[in-house]
Design a protein around this ligand. Structure first.
Ligand code: NAI
Length: 327
């Protein structure tokens, strides 16, 4: 049987953590033949550490055959030791009266420290997924704080936006959600993201042709996908958790096990593709194979798409400028 791999998860006692850990331990992320050791990180706060103990008791009570070990930590230097996968979920949420700059600064502190810790103690092949918001910028900060690790190992989660877009399109055009191919979401994980179905197909047929309604794209589809997170908070009183955890599983599974030639969306550092400046962590269409992702390059960008890509890029550059002095 396979040797266990180490999976670090931060914010492990939070909402997303509760929807995520059990699926990792059951083999949904890395395969039903891959044992895992969970290295869980929470803040030192007594309440958080107690909540983490409770989650660990429940993990034990599931008697997952693939769960080869569980560790609870309050120090990233311990939580990230030799880790092969790191899911950075914990982040500082926006408090009442908190300015955007304060939010960026609080998160810059967290992700600088965690990036440095990964740099020092993680596996040299660690695959990092940042879920905690602002996800793209937090991934950028962690990447910049880990100069000894390959930049390409740092990614941000755009998969929830991708899955939301797929579900809206399936409902509109009347196809099965699992049948859509070549869908992508460009840019920042924020309402400025650009969900793009110009290349999307179902059974080889163009989704754009099936829908054939640019007004719906602009006035219904994009705002619905962009504001879906807010709609869930309004309805549930809590932010998306199960769907976010599901997207994290999808992202890591496809990265680790391959997408079989299909496009998936990942937030990854640009190498200059599509005029996105090098190093910006941006949502791109990618294919994955043998544990590596490759940006789908050379797609045609029309005027409407360029405008959307420019807007989400400008927002990301603004966030990046806002943390520059902290790096
Ligand atoms: P939550 O508040 O329920 O849990 C977050 C947990 O992280 C808390 O238990 C907290 O103690 C912990 N934490 C905070 N700072 C930490 C640190 N420095 N180290 C370790 N743990 C730390 O929040 P929830 O709902 O689980 O969401 C987590 C994050 O994911 C939020 O930033 C949220 O905005 C983001 N998110 C991102 C999505 C995406 O698509 N990229 C989708 C949905 C949520």
């Amino acid at each position: 049987s396979k040797k266990p791999v180490r999976v670090a998860v931060t914010g492990a006692a939070g909402q997303i953590g509760y929807a995520l850990l059990f699926r990792i331990a059951s083999g949904e992320m890395l395969g039903k033949d891959q044992p895992v050791i969970l290295q869980l990180l929470e803040i030192p706060d007594e309440k958080a550490q107690n909540a983490l103990k409770g989650v660990i008791m429940e993990l034990e009570d599931c008697a997952f055959p693939l769960l080869a070990g569980i560790e609870a930590h309050s120090d990233p230097m311990q939580a990230f030791k030799d880790t092969d996968y790191a899911l950075l979920v914990g982040a500082r949420p926006r408090g009442p009266g908190m300015e955007r700059a304060d939010l960026l600064a609080a998160n810059a502190q967290i992700f600088t420290a965690q990036g440095k810790a990964l740099n020092q103690v993680a596996s040299r092949n660690v695959k990092v997924l940042v879920v905690g918001n602002p996800a793209n910028t937090n991934a950028y900060i962690a990447m910049k704080s880990a100069p000894d690790l390959p930049a390409k190992n740092f990614t941000a989660m755009l998969r929830l936006d991708h899955n939301r877009a797929a579900s809206q399109l399936a409902a509109k055009a009347g196809f099965k959600v699992g049948d859509v191919r070549k869908l992508t979401v460009w840019g920042n994980h924020s309402p400025t993201m650009y969900a793009d179905y110009r290349f999307a197909t179902v059974d080889g047929k163009s989704v754009k042709d099936m829908i054939d309604d640019q007004a719906w794209n602009k006035d219904v589809f994009l705002p619905t996908v962009g504001k879906r997170g807010a709609a869930i908070i309004a309805a549930r009183g809590l932010s998306s958790a199960a769907s976010a955890a599901n997207a994290a599983i999808d992202h890591m599974r496809d990265w680790a096990l391959g997408s079989q030639g299909e496009w998936v969306t990942m937030g990854v550092p640009s190498n200059g593709e599509y005029g996105i400046p090098k190093g910006i962590v941006f949502g791109f269409p990618v294919t994955t194979e043998n544990g590596e992702y490759k940006i789908v390059d050379g797609l045609e960008i029309d005027a409407f798409s360029q405008e959307r890509i420019d807007a989400t890029l400008a927002e990301l550059q603004g966030e990046q400028d806002g943390v520059k002095h902290l790096l």
